[in-house]
Write a protein that binds this ligand. Structure first.
Ligand code: SF4
Ligand code: SF4
Ligand code: F3S
Length: 265
């Protein structure tokens, strides 16, 4: 209770803002408790009241005051083509803002598949040359929290860990927190007994779909997707894509956007 709250600067590049949409729905802990009690969210283009020059001033003030002590959270990614002109933020290419703010950060969090892997805006032929943030930030620890979007409680869980233990979580070889990304959807999927028994949905809305059989033959990517959806689930643990009747599309995996089709047929 006596520790100062960790300053966080949250930037937005090329993205859809649904990582933020996910974050604000966290139930354990509540997003409001994270923002008001656990961290000091000093700058966030979408959640802050300030705008324009006032917001830019806060950004610079935080950077100078907490040099080497703040966490840079990044949602979206920088397009590099034509000098970065496809994403202008505060009157300059986002890639410049990203590099400047990363230079004085303690560590960087890459929210979602955009910041971690590139995502749909990097889909072939990638006309804007959108790249994951680790292509332009090479000298800071980067925690990748992939998913399109990531699960709310995974996002706040990463922040809670840093806040509680004062260190970064253990990462896997691809830079993801092991505590949330060490298992495949398939490993803990409640439809797994049907997979093991060879019971599969063959057509959308067939009798086997109504019985809740395995969605592997409908293109489910659960066997190759590392994420916590089948354990943590979504909307305060209520459900996840497979429980809603659709296979996993592997939204937390690199290149999922080009590795279609999303449907088996
Ligand atoms: Fe949106 Fe997905 Fe990118 Fe998050 S990772 S900003 S949900 S496109
Ligand atoms: Fe595995 Fe997908 Fe079948 Fe679940 S629905 S058991 S994740 S293939
Ligand atoms: Fe994404 Fe698959 Fe989970 S599509 S939301 S990783 S079940």
């Amino acid at each position: 209770e006596t520790n100062p709250r960790v300053p966080v600067i949250w930037l937005h590049g090329l993205e859809c803002t649904c990582c933020s949409e996910s974050f604000i729905r966290s139930a354990h802990p509540l997003a409001k408790d994270v923002v008001l009690s656990m961290i000091s969210l000093d700058y966030d283009d979408t959640l802050m009241a300030a705008a324009g020059h006032q917001a830019e001033a806060i950004l610079q003030e935080t950077r100078e005051k907490y040099k080497g002590k703040y966490i840079l959270a990044v949602e979206g990614n920088p397009p590099l083509n034509e000098g970065g002109m496809f994403c202008i933020d505060g009157g300059r290419p986002f890639v410049e803002k990203l590099k400047t703010m990363a230079a004085d950060a303690m560590a960087v969090i890459a929210w979602g598949s955009c910041a971690s892997w590139g995502c749909v805006q990097a889909a072939k032929p990638n006309p804007t040359h959108a790249v994951p943030i680790d292509k332009v930030i090479t000298d800071k620890p980067i925690i990748k929290v992939p998913g399109c979007p990531p699960i709310a409680e995974v996002m706040t869980g990463v922040i809670t860990f840093i806040n509680t233990f004062g260190r970064l979580p253990t990462l896997d070889r691809q830079g993801r927190p092991q505590m949330f990304y060490s298992q495949r959807i398939h490993d803990k999927c409640y439809r797994r007994p049907h997979f093991d028994a060879g019971q599969f949905v063959e057509e959308w809305d067939d009798e086997f779909a109504r019985k809740g059989f395995c969605l592997y033959k409908m293109g489910c990517k659960g066997p190759t997707t590392y994420n916590a959806c089948s354990t943590v689930r979504w909307n305060d643990g209520v459900s996840f894509p497979i429980q809603s009747g659709h296979g996993c599309i592997g939204c937390s995996e690199p290149d999922f956007w080009d590795n279609g089709p999303f449907y088996a047929r």
